[in-house]
Design a protein around this ligand. Sequence first.
Ligand SMILES: Cc1ncc(C[n+]2csc(CCOP(=O)(O)OP(=O)(O)O)c2C)c(N)n1
Ligand SMILES: [Mg+2]
Length: 564
Amino acid sequence: MPPREAAADLVALLADEGVSHLFINPGTDTAPVQEALAAARSAKTAHPETVLCLHEYVALSAAIGHHMASSEPQAVMVHVDAGTLNLGGAIHNAQRNRTPVVVFAGRAPYSAASEVRGHRDSPIHWEQEQLDQPAVMRAFGKWTMEVPRGRELASIVRRAFQVGRSEPTGPTYVMLPREALMEPGPGSLPPRLKPPLPPAPDPGALTELAAILAGAQRPVIVTARTGAHPENAAVLARIAEMIGAPVLDHRDRANLPGRHPLYAGLEVDRFLPRADAVLLLDVEVPWVPALAAPPPEARILQIDVDCTKPSMPLWSFPVELALTADSRLALPQLEDALCGLATAERVQAWAARRHQVETELAEIRAGWLRQSGTSEPATAPDAMMRALDRALPADALLIEEAVTNRPAVARQVCRPPGHYFQTGAPALGWAMGAAVGIKLARPTQPVVVVCGDGSFNFGVPNAALWTAHRAGAPFVTVILNNRSYYASKRPVLRLYPEGAAAAAGDFRETELSPAIDYALLAQACGGDGRVVEAPADLGAALTWALGEADQGMCTVLDARLPRP
Ligand SMILES: Cc1ncc(C[n+]2csc(CCOP(=O)(O)OP(=O)(O)O)c2C)c(N)n1
Ligand SMILES: [Mg+2]
C-alpha cells in the first residue's frame, strides 16, 4: 500500500485533537482534504463532521460559538488569501474571546511542473499567492506556520493545537500548500502535545488579596466572563455573599446563579465611585474612566489568566495586586482564604453590609421592573426584553448581540450559568454564525439569538441561516428592529448636540430604511419568520418560532422597536 497522504493525516489529527466539527469553505487548494474526508466517511474511520459554511465569517463565528458552549478545540478551513480575508472581523472576535481555533488555509501550489502532484493548474494559482498571506492572522492570532512538506504536517498541526490551547488561549493559523497535502505523511502520527496545566494563583499573593478584600469597607467585584466556566458562578456568589460585595457584571456570560440579589448588572456608576477595594475577575475592560471609576485611593485587585492584556496597546488600569490564575482554581482558594479571615467581628460587619447592598440593589431592580412596564418609546426595549425573559424556556441558550439594547437585556433577561453567550468583542455579526456552532455543540437545547437589525445584517444572514438549515442546527433569531444603527447615531448627538445633523434631524448614515423583509429572507433560506409589533405579542411568537425550530426550521422574529 502507498503511504497515506498528509491530507488524510490531517483528517485523523483533527478527530484525535477532539474537533467534532470542521467549519469549512473550500477552494482549489482544499481538494486533497475534501478527498480525505470522503475517504474517512466511506471507511468509517475517525473524522470531524464537516459544516459547509456559505461565508468564512460564519465559519469562524460558528467555531467561536461552539467553543463557548463546548470548551472543545476548534478548526476552520478556508481558501487561501481570499478566504482568510473573508474571515474579517471574526478574527478579532476569536482573538478577544481567546478561542482555541486552528484556522487552516490553503496556499497556492509552489510548482508549475506537471510531474509534481498538486502542481499549479489555473491562473488563480499566481493571483492568489501573496507575499505575506499570514500577515492578517499574525496581527490577531498567537502563532502562524506553513506546512512545507507532507511529512511535517502532523507535527505542525499538533503544535498549532498545543499553542492555541495554552493559556491565554487563542487562534492559530496553518497554511497548507496543495503539494504538501498530497505528499506522504510520516507513516504514524506523533502523540498529542498537551497544553500546560492552567495557572494556579501564587499562594502568598492570594492570601494578601484575600486580606485586602476582607478588610475593605466597600468592596466591589467586577466581572465579565468568569461564568465561561459555569462552575465558577456558585463560588463567586458565595464570595460576594460572604463579604457583601455587589457584582458589577459586563455579562459576556451568565456569571451568577439565578436572579442573584448581589447582581448589579451594568450599574457601574452606582457602585464604583464609592468602592475602596475592587476585584477585577476575568474582565477585559473593567470600567471606562471618563464615565465612572473607583476613587484613586481604592485598592484594585485582579485575577485573570491574562492580567496585563498585551494585545491591547493601552491598558492602564491601576492594579495593585494581579494574580495570573485560572479562576476555576483561584475562586475556591479565595473562598477558603476569606473563611479563614472571618472573625466574629468581621462576619457581623460583612452581614450588615450585605444587607445594605442587597437593599440598595432591590430598589434598583424595582426600577428596572417599572421600566419594563411603561409604554414609553424609550422603555420599549426593556418591555420587549422582559417579554423575552418570560417566554424563554428554562433550558434555552441565549446568544446576545443587542448593541445599544444590551443594557435592557442586562436589566431584564436572566439566564442560568452556561446558558448565555456574548462575544464581548465589538466586531458585529458574530451572533448568527455563533448560533450555528452553539446549536451543534448543544443540539438538545433551544437556541435563541437576540440581536440588533444592524448586527443581523453584519452576520451575513443568508449564509448563516442556510448553513444552519443544511447542518441541522436550527435556531430562533429575535431581531431588535429599530431601523437604525443607533450606536452610530448616538455619538453624533453626544459630540455635536447643537450640530448640523441634530438641527436638521439628518442621520442618513445610520437610518436603515427602506425596510428589509426579514421574514421573507428567512423563508428564502429554508426557514420562516414573523413580525412582532409589540412586547405583548412576543411570547406567542417565540412559542411558534421554537416549535418551528424543533421541526428543523430557522425562524426569525422581526421585533419592531421605535426608531431612537
Ligand atoms: C463589523 C463592524 N462594523 C461596524 C461596526 C460599528 N458599529 C458599532 S454599533 C453599529 C450599529 C449596530 O446596529 P444595530 O445592531 O442595529 O444596533 P443598535 O445600534 O441599533 O442598537 C455599528 C455599525 C462594528 N462594531 N462592527
Ligand atoms: Mg438597530
